[in-house]
Design a protein around this ligand. Structure first.
Ligand code: NDP
Length: 328
C-alpha cells in the first residue's frame, strides 16, 4: 500500500444533499466510462482516481459495460480498490448500472429482473465489492413492465447488493411512474442520472420539475459534452482526443456551427476568469435540482480543472444572457 489520501481532502469540496435522502454527493463526481478500460494505461487511471479522491471527490460512477472491453472498467476499479482505496471504502459512494447490452442471448440487456440481478452480481465480482452504494436501471425498457424493473431494484437493495436505487435517462413521465412504484415498495428512488450540458438541455423540458416534486437527486452526465465544451476542439481534432478515437464522440458531430458556439462561449468564460470547461461544469450546477456534475477525465489536470470550477459557480444575469445568445 503506497497511497495515503490527502489529509485535507474534505476541506474545499462542496457536498450537496441528494433529494430528500440522508446522502450528500460531491458537487463534482468522477465517471469511469472512458480511460479505465483494459485498452487504457492502468497507472494513468490510477493517478486520476487518486487525485480525485484527494480533492474530495467521494463518488465514482461505473456501469457493467464500461471499458472497452465491456466490464474492464469495473475490473480496473476493483484493482484500484484492492491496491489503493479499500481502507476508505466507507468514505466512498460507488455506483454501477445495468441496461445496455452486456452478454449474448435474451437476458443480457434491458430491464428484466433476471438481467438486473445477474448483472449486479457480476459487477460486484469484478469490483471485488460486497455492495455498491447506488445501483441504476441504465435505461427504460419499453417491453418489460416497469413494476418488474423497479421490483428488481428494490430486491437488489433489500438483498444487500446495493444501498440505494437510481434510474438513468428515464423521461419525466417514466420517472414519475418509477418513483411511485419504488416508493410503494419502500425503496425510494435516490437519484436520476440524465445527460445535461449547454448543448443538450432536454431535462429542462419537464424532468427537473418532476425530480424537484418527487424529491429525487440529479447527477448529470457529460457536462462537457464529452470534451466539446472545453478549448480542446477550437482548432481541429487533436490526435489524443476522444473524437479522434472514433468511439462515442463522432468527429462529424463537431460541426462549424458547434465550434463557432464554443468559441463564443470560450470568450464568456475568459471574462469570468474561468476556462470553458470550468464554466460548463458551473453552468450545470446553477440549477438547485442538480446534485452533482459527473465528469470524465483522461488526465489528472482535467480533474483539477473541473474541481477549481467550484470557485465561481454564480452567473450574473448578463452572463446568462450572453450564454443563451451564444447557444442560439
Ligand atoms: P464529460 O462531458 O466531462 O467529458 C469528459 C471528456 O472530456 C474527458 O474524458 C476528456 O476527453 C475531455 N476533457 C475533460 N476535461 C477537459 C479539459 N479540462 N480540457 C479538455 N478536455 C477535457 O463526461 P463524459 O462524457 O466522460 O461522461 C462522464 C461520466 O458520465 C461517464 O464516465 C459515466 O460515468 C457517465 N455517463 C453516463 C451515461 C448514462 O447513460 N448514464 C452515459 C455517458 C456517461 P479526451 O479523451 O478528449 O481528453
Amino acid at each position: 500500500m503506497d497511497y495515503l489520501p490527502a489529509e485535507n481532502r474534505y476541506s474545499s469540496m462542496r457536498y450537496n444533499r441528494v433529494g430528500s435522502s440522508g446522502i450528500r454527493l460531491p458537487a463534482i463526481s468522477l465517471g469511469l466510462w472512458h480511460n479505465f478500460g483494459d485498452v487504457d494505461v492502468f497507472q494513468n487511471g490510477r493517478n486520476i482516481a487518486r487525485r480525485a479522491f484527494d480533492l474530495g471527490i467521494t463518488h465514482f460512477d461505473l456501469a457493467n459495460n464500461y471499458g472497452p472491453s465491456p466490464g474492464s472498467a469495473e475490473e480496473t476499479f476493483g484493482a484500484l480498490m484492492r491496491k489503493d482505496f479499500h481502507p476508505w471504502r466507507d468514505e466512498m459512494i460507488i455506483s454501477s448500472k445495468a441496461g445496455y447490452l452486456m452478454w449474448p442471448g435474451p437476458y443480457g440487456e434491458w430491464g428484466s429482473r433476471k438481467y438486473l440481478v445477474a448483472s449486479c452480481d457480476q459487477s460486484l465480482a469484478r469490483m471485488g465489492l460486497k455492495y455498491v452504494d447506488i445501483f441504476y436501471s441504465h435505461r427504460f425498457d419499453p417491453e418489460t413492465p416497469l413494476e418488474e424493473t423497479m421490483g428488481a431494484l428494490d430486491y437488489i437493495v433489500r438483498s444487500g447488493r446495493a444501498l440505494y436505487a437510481g434510474i438513468s435517462s428515464y423521461s419525466a413521465e417514466q420517472t414519475a411512474r418509477a418513483a411511485k412504484l419504488l416508493r410503494e415498495l419502500g425503496t425510494p428512488c435516490l437519484i436520476h442520472q440524465p445527460k445535461y450540458n449547454m448543448f443538450d438541455r432536454w431535462i429542462e423540458g419537464g424532468l427537473t420539475d418532476t425530480l424537484e416534486k418527487e424529491k429525487i437527486g440529479c447527477i448529470v452526465f457529460s457536462p462537457l459534452a464529452q470534451g466539446l465544451l472545453t478549448n480542446k476542439y477550437l482548432n481541429g481534432i487533436p490526435e489524443e482526443s476522444r473524437a479522434a478515437k472514433h468511439t462515442s464522440l463522432s468527429p462529424d458531430s463537431i460541426t462549424h456551427d458547434k465550434v463557432d458556439k464554443v468559441k463564443k462561449l470560450n470568450e464568456i468564460a475568459k471574462a469570468r476568469r474561468q476556462s470553458l470547461a470550468q464554466m460548463a461544469v458551473a453552468w450545470t450546477l446553477r440549477n438547485k435540482v442538480i446534485t452533482s456534475s459527473l465528469i470524465g477525465a483522461s488526465k489528472v489536470a482535467h480533474v483539477e480543472e473541473a474541481v477549481a470550477a467550484l470557485n465561481n459557480l454564480t452567473f450574473s444575469a448578463g452572463e446568462q444572457q450572453a450564454i443563451e445568445a451564444a447557444l442560439k
